[in-house]
Design a protein around this ligand. Structure first.
Ligand SMILES: N[C@H](CCC[C@H](N)C(=O)O)C(=O)O
Length: 264
């Protein structure tokens, strides 16, 4: 099967994207895993299909690098909006459907893509950490020195621990710094640290909100660059009008042949 693919990245969280509006592409778990492989494939944290969907500008289908269809990807959603624009879908306000429901998005004059995330009405405290779902499940814990934190080793331990078992969880280490936070994330389904994780950055910003009530904007530093999260906080653990804001850029495109076995 011949595929024309596009590579995009949002603060270093990178994705293979395929325009599947004609509905002809169906990939197996093994094929997605092979395409995302950093040595034997194109290499990516995940793969997305841009599908058609009546009533929406498009439908987002997201697969982690392990090949399995996953929950919401914030950076992926932002990259897919930029891709849709490049493919001729021009909107002041984009409206698409993803695994966690409807999303709106805008493309800013500086090229940033702002993505509206699902509301959050529950944050569970778990020992010194916080558990919440921003479209994907997240574990958020504060650390003293983000640079010295063994993200892979510690993140993997938590992700595979008894508590989170088969479902897994994304693990975010956060160093609060004045009016911003630094975040590093071990991502489920990539099974490694990624340069940034959009739903993880969103979860971290909600946990470390500055203002108790009303509008908040949290600046976030990640290995892959700068993001911002804006939201309304309405008392304890109620957040809405949540927007994940940041860059989303085209990298390259090409042709790919995958056979049934997922090999080139
Ligand atoms: N690995 C995540 C999905 C992608 C999340 C991340 N890439 C983002 O930008 O939100 C999970 O399996 O829950």
């Amino acid at each position: 099967m011949n595929l024309h693919f596009y590579k995009y990245q949002g603060t270093g969280n990178d994705f293979v994207i395929i325009d599947n509006r004609d509905g002809k592409v169906a990939l197996t778990e093994e094929q997605v895993n092979h395409i995302c492989h950093r040595r034997f494939g194109i290499g990516a944290d995940g793969l997305m299909l841009l599908n058609s969907k009546p009533g929406y500008d498009f439908e987002m289908k997201y697969y982690n690098a392990d090949g399995r269809e996953s929950t919401m990807c914030g950076n992926g959603g932002r990259c897919l909006v930029k891709f849709a624009y490049h493919r001729g879908i021009h909107r002041n306000l984009f409206k698409f459907i993803a695994v966690d429901g409807e999303h709106e998005a805008t493309i800013q004059d500086n090229g940033w893509v702002n993505l509206k995330m699902t509301d959050v009405n529950k944050i569970e405290q778990y020992y010194d950490a916080f558990i919440l779902n921003t479209g994907s499940p997240h574990y958020v814990v504060a650390v003293d020195d983000i640079k010295e934190t063994p993200v892979f080793e510690e993140g993997k331990k938590i992700r595979y621990s008894e508590k989170f078992g088969k479902q897994g969880i994304n693990v975010n280490f956060v160093e609060p710094k004045d009016w911003q936070i630094s975040v590093r994330t071990y991502e489920r389904g990539v099974e490694d640290e990624t340069y940034s994780c959009g739903t993880g950055v969103t979860a971290s910003a909600l946990v470390f909100a500055h203002n108790d009530n009303g509008f908040n904007r949290v600046e976030v530093e990640t290995l892959g660059g700068h993001l911002a999260v804006e939201f309304n906080k309405n008392g304890d653990n109620h957040f809405d009008n949540i927007w994940l804001c940041g860059p989303a850029d085209f990298v390259f495109e090409g042709e790919l042949t995958v056979d049934e076995a997922g090999k080139d």
